[in-house]
Write a protein that binds this ligand. Structure first.
Ligand SMILES: C[S@@+](CC[C@H](N)C(=O)[O-])C[C@H]1O[C@@H](n2cnc3c(N)ncnc32)[C@H](O)[C@@H]1O
Length: 346
């Protein structure tokens, strides 16, 4: 499973770390144990404040940090597994051309909506000389046990990020664009990300489609319900045109947004990755059960049955979905000298 692969990749990198840091990291992981996590029970009455951050593939989340101070251990584990699943699809953690800068050291990286911080910590282990900040409005990470080159901060991007202008070389946001209405995304999220990115720094979004290729009747019922829910919350899709367009419309981002796309097959017919996809997506449908079953006017058991039927249907229909990365550079003020001296060869 991606889970184990990722852990072994992490443990290879550990050899290089100081004993002190290894101890810190162990403690960090131990915090993921249920005894240390405050279990959050979602109250049906809070449904209205929830936002989907995507299809069944993603978490729903609270609209404000005032209601949710923590997150269940089960949800943390789902988000960690989801990260490893997407990492396996992409075979990498990012697409923007920032590797040299991160390797050289001293680069500053921001992960917005970091959840449990799985991406942030993996990146911090790959590039030990650079520093990483994870921000989320829910405290799913352990602030006390941050690795040395990581900082986790609880903040809602819609209230503004607690950083100075031009701070980060690379700003990453994975699987949460649909947590925002179109207006919030265009007028708050993108400008705030641009503000904290250095001139010439890179901005990257990773998202996945909420629709599947060759949807059967049950899959269509679920995705249609999700689409209607998103529409009712003024969340725009399709993401593969909406996100690059929003980036393109910001005059501080270089034109010519780069897009990369991967297709992931869903079902055990498609091998290990296909099995991971079914697990991830059905866990996602379960995670958004409260608001979606309410919107679909389904009883708890009826909704559960729908999810089971979904897992069978994908095997027959040989479904697939797309995931995208969109990345671009913040415009830098090119310092053009007033006087240009040309050396002439005599
Ligand atoms: C699907 S999770 C993705 C987590 C992580 N980026 C990953 O890929 O593993 C979305 C995360 O975004 C966070 N989030 C949603 N809206 C947010 C906001 N307005 N400000 C900060 N974090 C937010 C949620 O709390 C959740 O942890």
């Amino acid at each position: 499973m991606g889970h184990r692969q990722s852990k072994s990749a992490i443990s290879n990198g550990k050899n290089k770390l100081s004993t002190n840091k290894v101890e810190k990291k162990k403690k960090f992981r131990s915090l993921r144990s249920p005894s240390n996590i405050q279990i959050l029970t979602i109250d049906e009455s809070l449904n209205e404040t929830w936002r989907f951050t995507g299809s069944g593939k993603r978490i729903h989340s609270a609209k404000t940090s005032k209601l949710f101070n923590s997150i269940s251990d089960k949800e943390i584990e789902r988000l960690q597994r989801q990260h490893w699943f997407f990492k396996r699809i992409w075979q990498s953690n990012y697409s923007a051309p920032v590797e040299e800068k991160l390797k050289a050291g001293g680069a500053k990286v921001l992960d917005i909506g970091c959840g449990p911080g799985t991406w942030t910590i993996e990146m911090s282990e790959m590039y030990e000389q650079s520093t990483f900040t994870g921000v989320d409005f829910v405290s799913a990470f352990s602030k006390e046990m941050e690795p040395e080159n990581v900082k986790f901060i609880q903040a809602n991007i819609l209230d503004g990020l607690p950083f100075l202008d031009d701070t980060f070389d690379f700003v990453h946001m994975g699987l949460l664009v649909t947590a925002f209405t179109a207006t919030e995304f265009n007028e708050k999220v993108i400008p705030e990300i641009v503000r904290v990115t250095k001139q010439g720094g890179w901005i990257e979004f990773m998202e996945s489609d909420i629709h599947y290729f060759n949807e059967g009747p049950t899959t269509m019922r679920l995705t249609n319900a999700l689409t209607s829910f998103m529409k009712s919350k003024k969340i725009l899709e399709p993401l593969n045109s909406y996100i690059p367009q929003s980036m393109e419309d910001n005059d501080k981002i270089q034109k010519g947004i780069q897009t990369e796309e991967k297709t992931c097959f869903v079902g055990s017919w498609a091998g290990d990755l296909g099995k991971m996809a079914v697990e991830d997506i059905s866990n996602g449908w379960t995670a958004i059960k409260a608001p979606l079953s309410k919107a679909m006017k389904l009883k708890s058991q009826e909704y559960n049955e729908l999810v089971v039927t979904f897992t069978k249907e994908v095997e027959q229909n040989k479904n697939s979905f797309k995931t995208w990365r969109f990345f671009a550079q913040k415009i830098g003020t090119m310092s053009v000298p007033d006087i240009t001296t040309t050396s002439l060869q005599q």
